[in-house]
Design a binder for this molecule. Structure first.
Ligand code: SF4
Length: 228
């Protein structure tokens, strides 16, 4: 959250006067909307840097600040992705998306997709999505996703996937299922790809893990069984 604090000061320095559109040096801006998450992925910064949590746990970016960024910048893309938190747990996430979409901002969203209610997904999926890439980071199926995505609940992830893929084509984001390969879920890649197609995802991407599964991700006998 150090970056957020830096950006907060930086943006404040040019949002105090009349609203102006500032020239951008870079193509895209990454916004860490929140330091909150319901999961505990073992190699996530929030797990690796637990000992200095007071330095990065800045909570949620203020809604006014996030809106002012939309009003005063014109990056080609706005990446809503978290290093210490997952963007869907920002309490104003839906309002933020709506605000950016209404101003024709190109969004790239990454989420683990877990633990939002049906009513919440109904609201999110009712937006007029356009120029958006929406990634579900889901590394396996019902019996394996929680091994790296610790604490995740499959039924809630599937709910989010079903709600987003049910959006009519003409106002849908580009929906991508991103699947990190581990030794314990590699045998499920084709099954997950088929499920992605069946649900209506636009793309299914696999990413190789550079970590050793036994050392970093498996903690219980049940998980070791899945690996063996
Ligand atoms: S879902 Fe993302 S933010 Fe949450 S613990 Fe996993 S990697 Fe970290």
């Amino acid at each position: 959250m150090v970056d957020n604090l830096y950006f907060f000061n930086h943006i404040n320095s040019y949002t105090s006067g009349p609203v102006v559109m500032n020239p951008q040096e870079f193509d895209s801006l990454e916004l860490e909307l929140t330091s909150k998450c319901t999961l505990a992925c073992p190699s996530c910064a929030r797990e690796l840097h637990k000992d200095v949590q007071d330095q990065w746990d800045g909570g949620h970016l203020p809604l006014d600040l996030v809106k002012s960024i939309a009003d005063t910048t014109n990056f080609k893309r706005y990446n809503l992705v978290g290093c210490y938190g997952d963007v869907i747990y920002h309490p104003d996430f839906i309002e933020i998306c709506e605000y950016y979409l209404s101003r024709n901002k190109n969004l790239i969203i990454h989420t683990n997709g877990a633990f939002r209610t049906s009513a919440w997904w109904d609201r999110l999926s009712s937006l007029e999505w356009k120029n958006t890439e929406f990634f579900f980071s889901v590394d396996g199926l019902e019996d394996t996703n929680h091994i790296y995505r610790k604490n995740s609940k499959w039924s809630s992830v599937l709910l989010g996937m079903e709600k987003m893929t049910a959006i009519p084509k003409e106002r849908r984001p580009n929906l991508i299922w991103k699947f990190i390969e581990f030794p314990y879920n590699q045998h499920q890649i084709e099954q997950a790809r088929n499920l992605a197609t069946q649900l209506g995802f636009d793309n299914f991407e696999t990413v190789k893990s550079v970590r050793t599964a036994e050392q970093y991700y498996l903690s219980g006998q049940k998980e070791l069984y899945v690996f063996s």
